[in-house]
Design a protein around this ligand. Structure first.
Ligand code: NOJ
Ligand code: CA
Length: 553
């Protein structure tokens, strides 16, 4: 089943995110690699995904898990070669799976040739104008140009040592590009073409909302002043209107290919309506919708998010995306099992601090978390739009919350000690087999230690168990794929039906999805064929608590 030329494939695709360093290690050096991905193509095909999205695989010092790119046109030698990349694309395409790659345009890695050239060049030089350099203040210019804080902690300005500082909104090893510079713009257009010419089907655009900046004020506004300005046209750093000029130019590039290349924006905006702008057809085309990450496992919250986001996607001419897990957030099987003290209920304000809710090893109801995760996944798979799945969620993996501090790699942990444990717990190499030195991840050890319980949830264990999470995902993706070919499903708008409090019931033509969010009561199903249970069946036409069913009527 090779891929077809359907230009709209991304609108309802099931996309599987691969974090390459932690997916599969073919040569046993502890780091996942491209041949490892090739070896798992049959697994991905059997899972039934339409596309994979690869997190960065470029040469990198790994100051931020590869989101510090030193060369945008190559593969990290620890991960593979360009020839192996081509082989991987061919193998995935052969299996009918499209390829989306991560593009990181807000910042490079500090090892990038242009940043090294900038450091070696004098203030005011053309080399420095590709990044954002400013004079320091104070008598000896040793004070940063402003008090802005980087996302991972510490000053957002790195000293050069010659009276100038460079801006880094993330790690000091991630200098921000100057998008006012035409050379930078042209360079990225060329990079996009480089990968599109290699057959890449789409791009995931990292920090898409931060490229356009206005640092013309003198002096620069303080962090306190900026905090009062909502992200948008008046904010110097985030979600400025001119950022869309960049994506209009990119869209022209994408549309010069047949089929047009797809793109999805990672744009964490406070206002969902502004997020929709990134998804316009003359822009990137789609934007991640992270709203369910903040929603409790609660019928009313889910319904509010779903209704609003479907309307926004429709209005922007796009389709929604649904995300429950990725490499930046707590795996949803854990998130739904955490017992949050009442005073910590504002999950959004907490960010990843959730994981600290109960200390380093949070209080977690493992059974309930997994049960709810399965129900939530079956819900998003029934919604109009595309679903983005994160490697390992099909095994029901939980966050590895008890990694020793000494092995943690995430700059979020290193730069904010004690405040945020960081994201490594969602990035532990996958367990493929119950036995073996790294549970089948490779033939040696893994770059992050795997917990003993990985042996019980390994892919080979689950493959043989019809009730496993892996088989639920396979069944759900197969049923979804076949239902989406039905004209009476495709032409139907989502319709809500009445259901008891604590539950949701919607349908798309004949395809009904019922979700019982409640912890206690069961729920009666409509008549029709039950094509999916997220967790067993009560056997009497009733839906158990924390369960989802699909019924085709
Ligand atoms: C978003 C990526 O998903 C995250 O992993 C990274 O740390 C930041 N952008 C910075 O590139
Ligand atoms: Ca390897």
């Amino acid at each position: 089943m090779a891929i077809d030329s359907n230009p709209d494939w991304w609108r309802d695709a099931a996309v599987y995110q691969i974090y390459p360093r932690s997916f599969a290690d073919a040569n046993g050096d502890g780091i996942g690699d491209l041949p490892g991905i090739v070896s798992k193509v049959p697994y991905l095909a059997a899972l039934g995904v339409d596309a994979v999205w690869l997190s960065p695989f470029y040469p990198s010092a790994l100051a931020d898990g590869g989101y510090d790119v030193d060369d945008y046109r190559d593969v990290d030698p620890r991960i593979g070669t360009l020839a192996q990349f081509d082989q991987m694309v061919a193998a995935l395409h052969e299996a009918g799976i499209r390829v989306i790659i991560d593009i990181v345009p807000n910042h490079s890695g500090s090892g990038h040739a242009w940043f090294q050239e900038a450091l070696a060049s004098p203030p005011g030089s053309a080399a420095r104008a590709r990044y954002i350099f400013r004079d320091g203040s104070g008598p000896d210019r040793s004070v940063p140009p402003s008090d802005w804080q980087a996302a991972f902690g510490g000053s957002a300005w790195g000293p050069v040592g010659d009276g100038q500082f460079y801006l880094h909104m993330f790690d000091p090893a991630q200098p921000d590009w100057n998008w006012d510079n035409p050379e930078v713009r042209a360079e990225f257009v060329d990079i996009l073409r480089f990968w599109a010419d290699r057959g890449v089907d789409g791009f995931r655009v990292d920090v898409a909302n931060a490229l356009a900046k206005d640092l013309s004020a003198d002096p620069l506004p303080s962090a306190e002043e900026i905090a009062l300005v909502p992200a948008g046209p008046d904010h110097p750093l985030y979600d400025r209107d001119e950022v869309h000029d960049i994506y209009a130019e990119w869209r022209a590039v994408f549309n010069s290919y047949d089929p047009p290349r797809a793109a999805v924006a990672e744009a964490w905006t406070d206002d969902p309506a502004r997020r929709a702008r990134y998804a316009q057809p003359d822009g990137l085309g789609q934007a991640f919708n992270f709203d369910l990450l903040w929603a409790a496992f609660d019928a009313a919250e889910f319904r509010r998010v779903i209704e609003r986001d479907l309307a926004l996607a429709r209005a922007s001419g796009s389709s929604s995306t649904w995300v429950l897990s990725n490499h930046d957030v707590i795996r949803h099987a854990s998130r739904y099992g955490l017992e949050l003290p009442a005073e910590l209920e504002d999950r959004r304000a907490l960010g990843r601090g959730w994981l600290l809710a109960g200390g380093r090893a949070p209080v977690e109801d493992i059974d309930s978390g997994l049960r709810r995760a399965r129900a939530a996944t079956a819900t998003i798979m029934a919604l109009p739009g595309s679903v983005y799945l994160y490697q390992g969620e099909e095994l029901g993996l939980r966050e590895v919350a008890d990694l020793p501090d000494a092995v943690r790699q995430d700059p979020l942990f290193r730069r904010s000690p004690g405040y945020d444990v960081g994201r490594d717990g969602a990035r532990v190499p996958l367990p493929w087999t119950a036995a073996g030195p790294s549970f089948g991840f490779g033939v040696g050890s893994a770059h992050l230690p795997q917990p003993a319980w990985f042996g019980q949830v390994a892919a080979d264990v689950q493959a043989g168990d019809p009730e496993s999470t892996l088989n639920l995902y396979r069944r759900a993706l197969a049923a979804r794929r076949s239902l989406l070919t039905r004209p009476d499903v495709r032409s139907a708008a989502l319709e809500w039906l009445d259901s008891p409090p604590g539950s949701l019931h919607f349908r798309r033509g004949p395809w009904h999805c019922l979700v019982n969010f409640s912890a206690v009561a069961d729920l009666e199903l409509p008549s029709g064929e039950v094509v999916l249970w997220s967790l067993g069946s009560l056997g009497n036409g009733r839906l158990a608590p924390a369960t989802t069913a699909w019924v085709v009527g």
